[in-house]
Design a protein around this ligand. Structure first.
Ligand SMILES: [Zn+2]
Length: 350
């Protein structure tokens, strides 16, 4: 089997808080008849647009992928490990929380048994755009439970104004919601387990409210000191690109790369890479072949690809994300690329 960068087709999902135009990421989708809230780039049902798995869903292809594709350190027996989405909001999302792996494996086997730690990288924000992440320090379990009944939940959660290029880390157990007027790239464990605690008493076109999951939420919410929130990224120059380290945890490591001239990179045998293009255009080049990219695409880069080049025709921004073998390797890699110990401690969530 040959090793190629392989692109996945996105899947679009309607949401009551979504938008009617996905431009500029998807310029052809600018007059939609229903509100789209999410574009899933690496969902289990996404289909390969090229390469040896062309026509297969990610779910089926992942089961068949040899170690040269998955990487030697990535568990390939379950679902594809990283879910990348674009999120488009014209209204607030529900206030929600996700369980961790331990809780999900005990109580949510039928829903995949996997928890959800996530991060958001902001691509654009309307003036006043914000997210709410993490309980305020004074909020106790009793206080929060009362606030759900009183409709005062929003006041319990820390507000974070959001601008393009901001990054937010949201570990499982952290109460959060996303405000209106934002376009985010969300990177998370492959899980759809969400416990809604408050939905603003909204009703859909059929007069229905969406279900709440208050009891489960109360079991998984982290009270006391919070771990998530806005991260302070670190940017370095390396080999012709600006590389910004956004966040690292055991489920994913994410960087933003920006460049205007050709760059060379090489893969680790330990894990595949996902490259998510945000803007620009050009070619991935390897083995004498070219693979043209445009914005808003997800490319799976096989672990055994070795050395490859990215040749931009215009200034390119992309996210690189992968499943690390372990966090000590991540810290060593960050140190080798020039990050200080305090920067590494800040970026790596144990
Ligand atoms: Zn969430």
């Amino acid at each position: 089997m040959n090793f190629f960068p392989s692109r996945l087709e996105p899947i679009f999902d309607a949401r009551p808080w979504g938008v009617l135009s996905l431009a500029p990421l998807f310029p052809e989708r600018n007059h939609l008849s229903e509100k789209i809230g999410e574009a899933w780039l690496t969902g289990e049902n996404c289909i390969f647009a090229g390469g040896p798995f062309v026509g297969s869903t990610l779910r089926d292809a992942w089961k068949r992928m040899p170690l040269q594709w998955t990487g030697t350190a990535v568990r390939s027996d379950g679902a594809f490990p990283i879910l990348v989405k674009f999120i488009f909001t014209d209204d607030k999302l529900s206030v929600q929380v996700h369980p961790d792996d331990d809780y999900a494996s005990r109580h949510e086997q039928r829903a995949g048994g996997r928890g959800k730690t996530e991060m958001w990288h902001c691509l654009s924000a309307r003036p006043g755009g914000e997210v709410l992440v993490g309980l305020k320090p004074e909020v106790t379990r009793e206080h929060f439970r009362r606030a759900i009944d009183d409709g005062g939940v929003e006041n319990c959660v820390a507000r974070i104004p959001l601008h393009a290029h901001d990054t937010i880390f949201v570990p499982a157990g952290t109460v959060h919601t996303i405000g209106a007027g934002l376009v985010l790239c969300e990177i998370q464990e492959q899980s759809d387990l969400t416990y809604r605690v408050y939905d603003y008493n909204r009703r859909d076109a059929h007069g229905e409210t969406r279900p709440l999951h208050v009891d489960k939420a109360m079991e998984v919410i982290r009270f006391g000191p919070q771990r998530g929130g806005k991260v302070q990224p670190v940017t370095i120059e390396r080999g012709g690109a600006c590389e910004t380290f956004l966040a690292a945890c055991r489920y994913f490591v994410t960087e933003r790369w920006e460049f205007s001239t050709a760059i060379s990179r090489s893969c680790s045998r330990a894990h595949f890479d996902l490259l998510v293009t945000l803007s620009g255009g050009g070619d991935f080049e390897c083995g004498g072949e070219k693979f043209p990219y445009t914005p808003a695409q997800a490319w799976l880069i096989p672990a055994a690809l070795g050395e490859y080049r990215i040749v931009p025709h215009e200034h390119t921004e992309l996210l690189r994300t992968y499943v690390p073998a372990n966090l000590d390797d991540v810290a060593r890699d960050f140190a080798a690329r020039g990050l200080s110990e305090s920067q590494i401690a800040r970026l790596v969530y144990k």
